[in-house]
Design a binder for this molecule. Structure first.
Ligand code: PAF
Length: 280
């Protein structure tokens, strides 16, 4: 595995590979790699000639400095995991390399960013869009792989690629879960052992809701799920929404039954967790 920290050496190397007709499958990450990331990488490796991974904890997508400071970092362990999936190139820059000057770009994702994560984490998606666009310009991937746990991020990135007419295929990949149902996330590493035993309840509640879908309308369903989360005093619920999977706007009925999902964000101790479930 080649490891680069500078933009120019990365683009120089990858442009040569592209000129020789090789396709690049790209998995952008913030490190603290887990099985969910590795699944994206295995798929990228299978579908492309080269697997390129970036590890960069992007400061401008954190709206709370405490969250940025506490974000788990373990580059040496990450590199070992990257070797196991046959990563060809790791791009792991310092902040000064990515942002030598203050960044002022502003994106407007309209209704996609006014709800859920966008509403609760002001500026978050603008920071994600800036870094993803920059990483795409550096790596020039044919395909880039993103997990559906961050479903709204995926929608924003698809919109970004469409708006900027970037020649990259965005490949959505299913959520990878622990055996007890907890969605894999780098943040899980920050749960205490006790919180870790409580966290699978998130998926249990979502699964229960899904099982009741045919007998409850969306309004009472939303209230039922909120009550279930609020009944657990370890959870501080930020939101539960039932929304359309294309425009991410809340729905008021199951309608014709196309593309409706449930989205949750909550705080468990000091850790913010998100998850989602497909109803239809
Ligand atoms: O999902 C993530 O890990 C990050 O938001 C991403 C896409 C790597 C951008 O920093």
């Amino acid at each position: 595995m080649l490891t680069f920290s500078k933009i120019k050496e990365t683009t120089d190397f990858l442009e040569q590979e592209i000129n020789q007709g090789r396709s690049i499958g790209f998995v952008p990450t913030m490190g603290a790699l887990h099985e969910g990331h590795l699944e994206l990488m295995r798929r990228a490796k299978k579908e492309n000639d080269l697997l390129v991974v970036s590890i960069f904890v992007n400061p401008i997508q954190f709206n709370k400095s405490e969250d940025l400071e506490k974000y788990p970092r373990n580059l040496e362990a990450d590199k070992k995991l990257l070797e196991t999936v046959g990563c060809n190139v790791l791009f792991s820059p310092e902040t000064e390399e990515m942002y030598p000057e203050e960044v002022n770009e502003k994106y407007d994702f309209w209704q996609l960013e006014t709800v859920m994560e966008g509403a609760h984490r002001p500026g978050h998606f603008n920071g994600v869009a800036i870094v993803v666009k920059k990483l795409f310009e550096i790596v020039k991937p044919q395909r880039a792989y993103f997990g559906e746990k961050d479903f709204q991020q995926l929608a924003i990135i698809q919109k970004l690629v469409e708006m900027k007419k970037m020649p990259v295929e965005i490949v959505p990949c299913p959520i990878v879960r622990e055996a007890d149902g907890l969605a894999m996330s780098s943040r899980n590493a920050r749960l205490t052992p006790e919180e870790r035993t409580i966290a699978p309840r998130i998926f249990e509640i979502l699964q229960y809701a899904k099982s009741k879908k045919d007998s409850i309308c969306t309004g009472p369903m939303k209230q039922m799920v909120i009550n279930m989360f609020e009944a657990n005093e370890d959870f501080l619920l930020e939101y539960f929404e039932i929304a359309d999977d294309k425009n991410l706007q809340a729905v008021t009925s199951w309608g014709k039954g196309e593309g409706i999902m449930g989205f949750v964000a909550l705080q468990l101790g000091n850790v913010r967790l998100i998850d989602n479930v497909r109803f239809i």
